[in-house]
Ligand binder design. Sequence first.
Ligand SMILES: NC(=O)c1ccc[n+]([C@@H]2O[C@H](COP(=O)([O-])OP(=O)(O)OC[C@H]3O[C@@H](n4cnc5c(N)ncnc54)[C@H](O)[C@@H]3O)[C@@H](O)[C@H]2O)c1
Length: 276
Amino acid sequence: MTQAELFDIKGHVAIVTGAASGLGLAFSEVMAANGARVVMLDLNEAELARHAARLAAEGSVVEPIKLDVADTEALRAAIDGAASRHGRIDCLFANAGISGGPGTLTSDAGAIDHFDIDLFRRAMDINLTATLMAMRFVVPHMKARRYGSIIATASIAGIRAEPICGYGYIASKAAVINVVRQAAVELAPWNIRANAIAPGPFLTNIGGGRLHREPEVVKLFADMVPLSRLAQTDEIKGLALLLASPAGSYLTGTVIPIDGGATAVMTRGHYADRHA
Ligand SMILES: NC(=O)c1ccc[n+]([C@@H]2O[C@H](COP(=O)([O-])OP(=O)(O)OC[C@H]3O[C@@H](n4cnc5c(N)ncnc54)[C@H](O)[C@@H]3O)[C@@H](O)[C@H]2O)c1
């Protein structure tokens, strides 16, 4: 592989779910900036249109499609339609996700004896089931060309306990990680790779934009990170490009934390103080 080929994704077709904000927008931007055609899927029609228009004005080839990823038939139609229009799907960022209610640290409503089962089920539907279904729908198109890279957005809250997050979130993210591992093993004979990204705290609109409004929540997150800050969404772009490009050709079945060091430390003291 030459130096020029390492990160070369020109002409690739990428599907990104949750593409209108936060990490999904960053994935869309980095793929588009490197010459991929990007099919941007999101529930938020206005933001999707705004960002797709901006990227198109910059010379990128993007295609916005409004849908709810929990609508399985709409998801299937969007992915099959993209494959037939573009003739290929090289990459999937299965990224759309929701916080799914409060955690156990900041609210009694998130506690194991109180949490809302409807919020739990919605988190499982969007964060887990829709991720798995998006994978299911891209796979036939990837198998046909014996090539593909699937990247699921998990979370460090799927690797270890994370009291700031609720049960629906931690359960769905832990499950995403093992789904990715199983798919990586199953799909390796077709040269289809599957990996999970496990972000720490990034400054996005998750949880209805709390991270932009509530300094005490930002502080809670920043305190668990050795780098002592939340990440900007641009900081996920390098890892995304690595996993999507030939540079990541031997990476599969992995879960890669991108967390400012959060999973490297023990934080029990921090949580114990808050419960004292
Ligand atoms: N921000 C963080 O700190 C963080 C940390 C770890 C993991 N994550 C994960 O990153 C992913 C992206 O979240 P984000 O932080 O960028 O949040 P965000 O809210 O900024 O972006 C999420 C996008 O997904 C879209 N979306 C939500 N539900 C949808 C649905 N049912 N159908 C279609 N689109 C839908 C939203 O409209 C939004 O544009 C999620 O899976 C989240 O769990 C985020």
